[in-house]
Design a protein around this ligand. Structure first.
Ligand code: GLC
Length: 421
């Protein structure tokens, strides 16, 4: 049986443990220390194990075991939820997508953490906000994320194009490069899942401002004209053929591979696609810039992963210490250099050595700071499902519904979710 820690006791215990406290041998001790399991999305770049090995060498009695969940965020959530609903103590530290904080906190699946245990004031402020719900800290930021536009610099240079800042420029260039080279013009993550919700939210936000829902999730704030403009940007690409139809099945990995294998002129993706592209056939021939928008640079959605502690974990003390290590400055540097993931420490974005190695860091920092959070609702998965399925229907041939009908229907469905008790 898992030993359930009442929240107050857990908080006291978390507040009381100091760095360097040793665990005991074997399967752990009564004070909450012992071996732990980190459940986190699949490590597609293989950077994680050496970082975990470093912890394990220094903490033989509190070894961490890596449990890789599926690659897509929705599937990770499904697996975690099934496990937590069953009250299982199998996972100790949970890699939570920034959009799950409200749901997991409300359900009582994660424990609140003591703020003073973590150097939160040195992290990017909007990133910390994603881990706070109803005034409490429920997780510690581990990686941030903001969408970037990847482009084939060699093809743009040859055609005399500057990297686009507006959708009109992107469309013109994507069409031209598609026609000239027979490759896809542009793609993002267009399969019906959280990735499409993000891509659509970014299109709405980049059509002159506005969000689908208010940040606190209590109101539908989507302006129909802007939402239609956002939808039309994507729909136009599918209709005109410069967004390839096969991208209706793209998640992050498929779009990353399509771009680095030379099958796309432009791609919207997260920063972790950068590192692998520098080792691919297009190394030295691509660049990254901010997402474009209707009238100029657009506004992305704030992504990322926070580390939380399962309420069913029997080794919560070790879990806190592990999170302190894993979100600490030294490890965060490696998260960037080895994993190509955006760190959460502000100062790493201004480190001259790192900026030289990752020239997109200033663009990324700006993109993270200007990105919009997704709404903090315990039923966010319902909101996302409605957005992704409605938009997916609209982008799939034969494109029967008009954009204003699609947006009106989406607004109606969202209103219903918000009104539901
Ligand atoms: C990335 C982001 C995450 C987002 C997901 C969508 O993993 O970090 O926040 O929900 O992509 O696919």
């Amino acid at each position: 049986m898992p030993r359930l820690l009442p929240l107050a006791l857990a908080a006291l215990m978390l507040a009381g443990c100091a760095a360097g406290d040793g665990g005991t041998e074997g399967s752990g001790s009564r004070d909450g220390s012992g071996p732990i399991t980190l459940a986190i999305g699949r490590d597609t770049t293989g950077y994680l194990r050496p970082l975990l090995d470093r912890w394990n060498q220094a903490h033989p009695a509190e070894r961490v075991t890596l449990l890789e969940l599926p690659e897509a965020t929705d599937e990770q959530r499904a697996q975690m939820v099934a496990n937590l609903q069953a009250g299982s103590d199998r996972y100790d530290v949970l890699g939570l997508d920034v959009v799950w904080t409200a749901e997991f906190a409300e359900a009582g699946w994660i424990v609140p953490l003591e703020r003073s245990m973590f150097p939160l004031d040195r992290f990017l402020p909007p990133v910390v906000d994603t881990a706070v719900y109803r005034g409490k800290l429920w997780a510690v930021p581990y990686t941030s994320n903001a969408g970037l536009l990847y482009y084939r610099k060699d093809l743009l240079d040859a055609a005399g194009f500057e990297p686009p800042t507006t959708w009109a420029q992107l469309r013109e260039q994507a069409r031209a490069l598609h026609a000239e080279h027979g490759i896809g013009g542009y793609a993002g993550q267009f399969l019906a899942y959280e990735g499409l919700t993000v891509n659509f939210a970014e299109a709405v936000q980049s059509a002159g401002g506005g969000q689908i829902l208010s940040t606190d999730g209590t109101r539908v704030t989507m302006d129909p004209d802007r939402a239609e403009a956002g939808l039309d940007f994507l729909l136009g690409g599918f209709r005109e053929g410069w967004i390839p139809q096969e991208s209706l099945s793209f998640k992050e990995e498929e779009s990353r591979l399509a771009f680095q294998e030379g099958r796309l002129a432009f791609a919207r993706n997260w920063p972790h696609a950068y590192g692998p592209a520098t080792q691919s056939g297009i190394a030295g021939r691509f660049g990254v810039t901010r997402l474009p928008g209707l009238h100029g640079p657009g506004a992305g959605s704030l992504g990322g992963l926070n580390l939380a502690i399962s309420a069913f974990s029997r080794h919560q003390k070790s879990a806190v210490e592990f999170i302190r290590y894993f979100t600490g400055l030294e490890n965060q540097r490696r998260v960037l250099t080895d994993g190509s993931f955006p760190p959460v420490w502000t100062e790493l974005y201004d480190d001259p050595g790192l900026v030289e190695r990752f020239p997109y860091l200033p663009v990324l920092k700006q993109s993270i700071l200007s990105a919009r959070p997704r709404p903090a609702r315990a039923d966010y998965d319902q909101v996302s499902l409605v957005i992704a399925s409605t938009v997916s229907g609209a982008l799939t041939p034969p494109f029967e519904e008009s954009s204003d009908d699609v947006i009106a229907s989406l607004k109606g469905q969202l209103d219903e979710i918000i009104r539901a008790p």
